[in-house]
Write a protein that binds this ligand. Sequence first.
Ligand code: CO
Length: 156
Amino acid sequence: MKTKWTNLLTSALCAALWVASPTHAQGTSGKPRVIEITGNDQMKYSINEITAKPGESLEVVLTNVGQLPKAAMSHNWVLLKPMTDAEIATFASSAMTKAPDYIPDDTSSIIAHTKTLGSKETDKVDFTAPTKPGEYPFICTFPGHYALMHGKLIVK
Ligand code: CO
């Protein structure tokens, strides 16, 4: 009888701890943290650095706030696995010929990406931050943009 009550008490305590746990409160079952980014006619993102916890649930909302025609000035947001600047340049080259989305055939180095957006268009992408701490580059792959439109997701 004593053992049974001890087990019951232990179970109740574990349940209480699980509910109170910060990991549970911020876990993947919850709503993602929303990060709003804009891109403009000057080829600039409003945010160039995002910090996230390993495995954090995120939602990037990208809006093109520019006025120029879509064919002249579009933006996307492409999050990549860690790579060197030279590798980013190679990736951007492979993407820039792939109108209208500017996503290369080989997507193995892409973690998440939005659509390519014309003036006043918005798209969002939900993803889980990598579990491995590090710096993950993001770029706009519209032709000629990545040199100005780039940033990094810092997982720590
Ligand atoms: Co762009």
